[in-house]
Design a protein around this ligand. Structure first.
Ligand SMILES: [Zn+2]
Ligand SMILES: [Zn+2]
Length: 307
């Protein structure tokens, strides 16, 4: 189960911390300036997911880096094309002569297109940017608990929208242990003997009590266009929880169009069309104060609920 926490206040840049139950590492989505993000949150973070590098999504990377120096672990940074050089440039703005090798390693996974990811590595004190590999699939990160798929939305530049998908699990039932193992180890053609008759495991999977993995979407800046909405529907339909950019009020729709952003009504509508179980509007223009923000969220909720 994903346990996301918004670390930015409504009038701050966006930053989301994702935790899971019974799982130690944390995950940060977006590096906006966020008052609630603690030193410990940064030190426990294993992966940073960035949609794009407009300043309001990347400005706080320096602070996170500041807190992560010395954790002696590898931290993965995921983001769009160009992010490896941008991380490198940010780091090179400081002097590192007193920092030892191994105090941290950054691995940058740079999304070139929806099936191609370049991997780079850099570590102190020299921070040379070295290309170390390529991933040729639509999974930017995975571990024993979940995987992260993505799509590229149009924000006049590519903006990566991430889908966190927890693995399906099987409830323990000792009488079906063999079948459970075949399911978990993805060996559908294993032969299993039931009442003296041999059957293929895949023909018996329907007998298992499978708990569907939890899903979490993070959809940041995107134009409210038919192409973007089709991509959102393809990836996020039926999702348990989604945080979606809702930068403008409906009456400022022309600003949204000019800036390749979404707005309250359009974000609410697409979440309804995706049948998302819980949609949360985030990332609002800083020009809005209390009353405007209240209206913006109301517009989103009306569209989401279809009132
Ligand atoms: Zn942006
Ligand atoms: Zn933004």
């Amino acid at each position: 189960m994903f346990l996301p926490e918004l670390k930015s206040l409504p009038d701050e840049d966006i930053c989301l911390l994702v935790k899971l139950d019974n799982h130690t590492p944390h995950y940060i989505c977006e590096c906006g300036d966020a008052g609630l993000l603690s030193v410990k949150d940064c030190q426990n973070t294993q992966v940073i997911f960035i949609s794009h590098t407009h300043i309001d999504h990347f400005v706080n990377f320096d602070t996170i880096l500041r807190h992560q120096i010395g954790i002696e672990k590898k931290v993965v940074i995921c983001g769009p094309a160009g992010i490896a050089e941008q991380v490198h440039s940010k780091i090179k703005a400081y002097t590192w002569n007193l920092i030892e090798a191994g105090s941290i390693v950054y691995e940058v996974r740079e999304i070139i297109n929806e099936q191609e990811i370049n991997i780079y590595e850099l570590e102190p004190p020299k921070w040379e940017l070295r290309k170390t590999g390529v991933i040729s699939k639509n999974i930017i990160f995975d571990n024993e608990r979940f995987q992260v798929n993505f799509t590229l939305l149009d924000h006049k530049i590519p903006s990566v929208a991430y889908l966190f998908k927890e693995m399906d699990t099987v409830k323990i039932d000792l009488s079906k242990r063999e079948l459970k193992t075949a399911f978990e180890q993805k060996i559908p053609n294993n032969e299993i003997v039931i009442e003296g008759k041999s059957r293929l495991a895949k023909d018996l999977f329907h007998l298992l009590d499978i708990k569907k993995g939890n899903t979490l979407g993070v959809i940041m800046d995107h134009a409210s266009s038919a192409e973007n909405h089709a991509k959102i529907k393809a990836l996020f339909s039926g999702c348990d929880k989604v945080f979606i950019e809702s930068f403008y009020k409906l009456e400022d729709k022309t600003f949204a169009e000019a800036n390749y952003h979404s707005y309250s009504q359009a974000s609410g509508c697409i979440m309804r069309e995706c049948a998302v179980k819980e949609a949360i509007p985030v990332h609002f223009s800083r020009k809005y104060k209390e009353e405007d923000l209240r209206l913006l969220i109301e517009e989103f909720e009306r569209a989401y609920k279809g009132d």
